[in-house]
Design a protein around this ligand. Structure first.
Ligand code: FAD
Length: 288
């Protein structure tokens, strides 16, 4: 197998254009598992670790530009105040070793419906910046996931950065697994309050062939908060609102039965997580 190791971004794009079947490798925590189990034997690996600019993040206006090489460990340590939902999700990924190597870009590249980044990215309307020798594309997160482990990348494109809006209100991330650590989500849920726009963002994981938002739930809670003047009066949220919100989140899922959990259990878990996440975030908003 060929091992390509560009040291600059233009070199990486040239290498991908010349070798569209080359598999990019960042942290390697998905790629190496595939290779070790001989599930996949690509003609070439394209190692992006020597491209220094991918290992940086910067804030531009209200958005964090998270380079494709920034690890979960750094996301947690350096960005928990700006991107609390993503940092919470990152804390649940694998183990310290996996978080030291693994990246949000790798999670997007793998596009597993169970990936932990996705619900947090969906809840805040992230944009994925991808590039090829043909130019740059900015893909809204909702258009990035095409199917189980399939994403919108063309064969010559690489993910350069994830553009994640800085939090303007409380955010939450909930995950259910068969144990408390080193576990793939049986179901997971991300939520973000956007007080400026007076709306609530959601993201569901391990709940459908692709990560997705619960749009009816977002609309319902938006209208309920608006009708009661809650964004201004910051009154406690009625339990009936959170319960209905949870039901609508569950209704937005189309989960499967598998070894990790039944579809029915997943839908129920989503309704409970959504109820809790909304209440936790709302109570935090009231105290600000
Ligand atoms: C023991 C273990 C536990 C795990 N636990 C979790 C967990 O709890 N939650 C979770 O979500 N995941 C988990 N994972 C999966 C994995 O750690 C994550 O998906 C991680 O985000 C992958 O990031 P990476 O940088 O290591 O990606 P890599 O393995 O390097 O790449 C993953 C995919 O993305 C592609 N890719 C990488 N970088 C780019 C780029 N710049 N442009 C285009 N494509 C790119 C690769 O070609 C590959 O298809 C676990 C894995 C292991 C081995």
């Amino acid at each position: 197998m060929e091992f390509l190791q560009p040291t600059t971004w233009p070199e990486a794009l040239e290498a991908k254009a010349a070798n569209p079947k080359a598999v990019p490798i960042q942290g390697g925590t998905d790629v190496m598992v595939e290779l070790n189990f001989d599930r996949h034997r690509p003609p070439a690996l394209l190692d992006l670790n020597k491209v220094a600019e991918l290992n940086q993040w910067e804030q531009q206006n209200g958005t964090v530009r998270l380079g494709a090489g920034v690890s979960y460990t750094r996301t947690i340590a350096e960005l928990r105040d700006k991107l609390p939902g993503l940092a919470m999700a990152a804390r649940t990924v694998g183990s310290p070793q996996i978080r030291n190597r693994g990246t949000v870009a790798g999670n997007l590249g793998a596009a597993s419906p169970a990936g932990d980044s996705h619900p947090a990215l969906l809840a805040v309307d992230t944009v994925v910046e991808v590039e090829s020798v043909r130019g740059v594309r900015q893909i809204p997160i909702g258009e990035f996931y095409l199917g189980v482990k399939r994403n919108a990348l063309e064969p010559d494109e690489l993910i350069k950065a994830t553009l994640v809006p800085v939090a303007t209100g409380p955010q939450q991330y909930c995950k259910i697994g068969t144990r408390n650590a080193m576990v793939i989500a049986v179901a997971c849920f991300g939520l973000a309050l956007h007080p400026g726009e007076q709306r609530v963002g959601t993201g569901l994981g391990s709940a459908a062939p692709t990560p997705r938002r619960a749009r009816d739930a977002e609309e319902f809670v938006g209208e309920a908060l608006d009708a009661g003047g809650y964004w201004d009066n910051r009154d406690p949220l009625p339990d009936t609102v959170a319960t209905r919100f949870g039901d609508l989140v569950a209704a937005a899922s189309s989960p499967i039965d598998d070894v990790r959990g039944s579809a029915r259990y997943r839908a129920h878990a989503l309704s409970v997580m959504a109820h809790r996440a909304l209440m936790w975030a709302w109570n935090e908003y009231r105290e600000r």
